[in-house]
Design a protein around this ligand. Structure first.
Ligand SMILES: C[S@@+](CC[C@H](N)C(=O)[O-])C[C@H]1O[C@@H](n2cnc3c(N)ncnc32)[C@H](O)[C@@H]1O
Length: 267
């Protein structure tokens, strides 16, 4: 890809998503933009740039951002964070709280918000509590999978067996076993497309906890800082922010207080 074309794609992606593609990401940009070039039957990256810049509907921009986003995730990723939240939930429940609001801010294909829903139901131990999770992502294809809530066998390997039988039903598609999250989970999860690089977000809060994991690594410090300021606004006092283990807030000006690796609180 010509340097000028590469830089134009980088600028567009940064402006629209906050994703900072460094010089080292040329191969990634070529591969992912190449997918769109082929899908549209075009002959070059420059032709694609033309289509993208003249598409007033914005539909091709959505496709490009979908292609650029890395959606890797898994059920109960960083399991100790869910254990921490369950312990916290139990103490909030013991203190008489009955309404809970959570945000899975880069929910990808749904493994994170559904793991959270399972953890909350386990903490509730059958009590009828008002618990809601907002699941948001920039990628429309990821959100479609989240909405479908159906996972191949290899995706559910990290779900502990007792939880698998409690919260999933088994279905066969073309003779292959798939696992569908049960309605008690989907009922708790509200799914929306949202761009984390463009705060303020349209929620009011206060939220009990926010999972913003393994997405800030794609952003630069100005974007992270704006995002964290709005996360701080949305969290309740004593609420928790969970980030990915590669995402320490060191070096970012933020009022969030460190609790333990990858966990922060608003105090
Ligand atoms: C690596 S996945 C992390 C998924 C999950 N949070 C986890 O930790 O397993 C990163 C997700 O961030 C999403 N993403 C990237 N840029 C975004 C943005 N500007 N706004 C919202 N989501 C974004 C991607 O679409 C992708 O689903």
């Amino acid at each position: 890809m010509k340097t000028r074309t590469l830089n134009t794609f980088r600028q567009i992606v940064y402006a629209k998503s906050g994703i900072a593609l460094s010089d080292k990401k040329e191969a990634l940009v070529c591969a992912r933009v190449g997918k769109r070039v082929r899908a549209l039957g075009l002959g070059s990256y420059e032709q694609y740039l033309d289509v993208l810049q003249n598409d007033e509907s914005g539909a091709e921009m959505v496709e490009l951002l979908d292609a650029v986003c890395t959606n890797v995730t898994s059920f109960f990723r960083d399991a100790e964070q869910f254990d921490f939240l369950v312990t916290q939930m139990r103490s909030w429940i013991a203190a008489g709280q009955t309404r809970f609001r959570f945000w899975s801010a880069a929910s990808s294909t749904g493994e994170e918000p559904y793991s959270l829903a399972i953890a909350l139901l386990e903490a509730a131990e059958g009590r009828a509590l008002d618990m809601r999770i907002l699941a948001t992502d920039l990628s429309t294809t990821a959100l479609e999978q989240c909405r479908a809530g159906v996972y191949e066998e290899r995706k559910i390997q990290t779900v502990p067996p007792p939880l698998l039988s409690r919260y999933f039903s088994v279905e066969r598609f073309d003779g292959v076993r798939h696992y569908r999250v049960k309605p008690e989970l989907t009922r708790m999860v509200v799914i929306r497309r949202m761009n984390l690089s463009q705060p303020p977000f349209p929620m009011r809060g206060p939220l009990d906890a926010i999972l913003c994991r393994n997405v800030m690594i794609y952003f630069d410090n100005p974007v992270r800082q704006r995002l964290l300021a709005d996360i701080h606004r949305l969290l309740k006092d004593g609420g928790y922010l969970f980030v990915g283990h590669a995402e320490s807030l060191t070096g970012i000006v933020s009022p969030m207080k460190y609790v333990r690796p990858a966990i922060y609180t608003r105090s």
